[in-house]
Each structure stands twice: as C-alpha cells, then as structure tokens.
Design a protein around this ligand. Structure first.
Ligand SMILES: *Cc1c(COP(=O)(O)O)cnc(C)c1O
Length: 391
C-alpha cells in the first residue's frame, strides 16, 4: 500500500500545455523519432549552450552511448564518484571497463575531489565521469584541466544539472560528452527520456548512429524520401526517444527557467531556516555555494546528519508526519555487484561512505511552498531534539 504523502519528495508540474502537445502528436499520426525530436534537440542546444544535443530514451542510455562513442571498453578504467546513482558505474561495467571510485571533496561538497581523482589516474584510465550532485556543478574547470593534461576524456553525468552553468558555459558542455535525464523526478520531465550533449562533431555522429542500431539513415529520413537504404558501421542499440516524449520535453524545457527559479527560492528558504539544525551538528550540502540564477539547478536539498542514527530518526519522524524523504545515494562500492575483489581502495573513500550513511534528501519541487519547507524542517528539528534510544 502506498502512503498518501502530505509533502512528497518531488512532483511533476504539468498543465494543459503538456496535454495539448502530446495530443497534437497523437493526432499527427507520426509517433516515432521525427520532427518533434529534431526540434527538441535544436531547442536544447539553444538552452544548454552546447553544439550538439542528441535525444535518447534515458539518461542511462546517454551514459552508455557516451562511453561507447569514446571507445571505452575492456582493459580501460573510468574514474567516477562513489556518491552517484548507479547508472554510470553500471554502464562502465556494461562496456567491459572497470569503474574506479574517487572520493568527494567534503561532506558539504559531495562532488568529485579533483586531487583524489588525480591520485587514481593510471595508464589504463580512459575517462573521468563528473556528476553535478543535486544540481551543483562539480569542479569542472579543474577536472577538465586535469583530463587534458593526462589526455583522458571528461564525461558529465549532468542528470541533476539541467539549466545550470559555470562561467557562462552550460553543464554538459564542459566535458567531451554530457548526459541528461528527463525521468519523472528530474527538473524537466518526459517520463523516460534523456539527452546527450557534445561539442565534437564526430562524437555526435557516433552517438546518433549508436542510438539507432548503428544505422546510417533513419526511418524518418526514408519517410521524407531522403534515403532508401542504409549501412551499419558498428553494432548499436535502440535508444531512441519518441515524438510524444519529445513534444512533452519541449514544453517542459520552455518552463525550465521558471521551475529552476522556484527551486532556487525554496533552497534559499531551507538555508535561511537551517540554523537550529546546524547548532545540533547538521550540515546542509552546498551551504555556501552561489545561488544566483543558473549557478545551480537546485535538483535536490541534501542534508547531512551528525550520525546515521540521527538521520534514520529524522526519516522516521518525517514519515510519521507524512513527509517523504530519501537518500541520494547508497554507497556504490557496498552493492553486491561492486563489492567483490580487492577492497583496500574502498577504505580510501571515507568521506563518500560517511556521506552516504548520514545524508537525507528533503522535499524540493516547483509547486512546493515556503510553509512546507518550514514543516519539513520542524519535523527534522523535533527528531534531533528527541533523545536517541541507546543501542
Ligand atoms: C536519473 C539519473 C541517471 C539515470 O537517468 P535515467 O533517465 O533514469 O536512466 C543517471 N545519473 C544520475 C545522477 C541520475 O540522477
């Protein structure tokens, strides 16, 4: 049975514009990749300030294609955060390469520590995956410099960071390739869906072909009379997005600035009211990071409790108030599929492990109100005041 949350963790924001767009596609009779997808990609290029945008079926598909297009495979190592959604590590294994986890900078700054990344570079390192946790950009300037110096590729897992930028350059345009997700809990939503961005023409060609079986032409091209046949240059996948989702994505992209602005205001509200928790040893992730428009997409509000027990108590208290919370994320090296073999390096991920044990994600979505922020924090403060039962 599902709980009827009074304040959910996240929520979609749709109105009649989304319905109209999707109905329009249904009535047009062309549902697979076509004109809507092409326009969605063009509009994304414009919004994200990148050279190429290639729409795909999910963020995970985008990460898979990024690794394949960069020719990463068996024998290669890909350095990436241990504090991340599992997709990047899974796709690294899927192409036959080995994930090498690097630590985060600090509990308040849970993005890749460039110094730790550098220490883990070997002759087998082919790429570094940076993830912009919660929508706050990783240190892309230093990571890009580091990657250039070692002749390895920077990949951005930008799934949290749509609409954010650093030094005027959109996330997804700092690395060789970036991947975005439009899953239902992200800042813009198509249900399932994603986007790959790159500034490199030949990587863009590879991603486009690999998205559709490795074929050199599309059904759409043949429909328009541009082509009759095709070649397959390299085996690919069906990672296409359809017209319904692209139409939905276009409407959501149009609202993104407004959504992110609302998220930013709510993040400010969390910051302004966080002092009583700070006094009790809590931290708010990215507390001191800039919050001007586009400095962050404010995808998540992540707080770090003084201990795992205190975090768990907060989660229980919120649940009793029908306020949903979450964890981003369980510590990847502890998953069964990743915990075999030499474990010594795991002990060098102390900040990541502590973060994963003590983090709680609090509700944040555009339709949330400041008074809801107050109710969430009241719940956390109450749990922090209650004495913990001794174990
Ligand atoms: C959502 C997400 C993904 C995966 O995206 P899907 O579209 O669900 O496949 C990958 N990385 C991060 C950081 C994410 O948040």
């Amino acid at each position: 049975m599902s709980i009827d949350w009074e304040i959910p963790l996240s929520d979609v924001s749709f109105d009649e514009r989304e319905s109209k767009a999707v109905l329009g596609v249904l009535r047009s009779g062309w549902l697979t990749m076509g004109g809507q997808v092409q326009t969605f990609e063009e509009e994304f290029v414009e919004a994200a300030g990148c050279r190429h945008a290639i729409a795909v079926s999910s963020g995970t598909a985008g990460l898979h294609l990024a690794l394949l297009a960069l020719d990463i495979g068996p024998g290669d190592e890909v350095i990436q955060p241990a504090v991340n959604f599992i997709a990047s590590a899974n796709m690294t294994l899927a192409v036959g390469a080995a994930p090498v986890f690097a630590d985060i900078t600090a509990l308040e700054t849970p993005t890749l520590d460039p110094g730790d990344v550098e220490r883990r570079i070997t002759s087998r390192t082919k790429a570094v995956v940076a993830m912009h946790y919660g929508g706050f950009p990783a240190d892309v300037a230093r990571l890009r410099e580091l990657c250039r110096a070692h002749d390895i590729a920077l990949i951005e897992d930008a799934c949290h960071a749509v609409g954010a930028e650093v030094e005027g350059a959109g996330m997804g345009s700092w690395g060789a390739i970036g991947a975005f997700s439009f899953f239902s809990n992200k800042n813009m939503v198509t249900g399932e869906g994603g986007m790959v961005t790159t500034g490199d023409d030949s990587l863009a060609d590879s991603v486009r072909r690999l998205r559709s079986h490795g074929m050199t032409t599309l059904t759409w091209d043949r429909h328009k009379g541009h082509a009759y046949s095709y070649d397959v240059l390299r085996p690919g996948f069906n990672y296409r997005i359809d017209e319904l989702r692209a139409a939905l994505g276009r409407v959501q992209l149009g609202k993104l600035a407004e959504f992110n602005d609302r998220r930013r205001k709510l993040m400010e509200a969390y910051r302004e009211r966080f002092a009583p928790l700070e006094e009790r040893g809590w931290m708010l992730a990215f507390r001191d990071a800039p919050l001007w428009p586009r400095a962050s997409s404010c995808h998540l509000c992540a707080a770090v409790a003084p201990s795992r027990e205190v975090r768990d108590a907060a989660q229980r208290e919120l649940k009793s108030r029908r306020i949903q919370s979450s964890l981003h994320y369980p510590f990847i090296p502890a998953f069964s599929a990743f915990s075999e073999g030499d474990e010594a390096w795991r002990e060098t991920l102390t900040r990541s492990e502590a973060f994963c044990e003590r983090e709680i994600t609090l509700p944040l979505f555009p339709a949330m109100t400041e008074s809801m922020v107050e109710r969430v924090l009241e719940g956390v403060v109450t749990s922090a005041k209650t004495r913990q039962p001794s174990r």
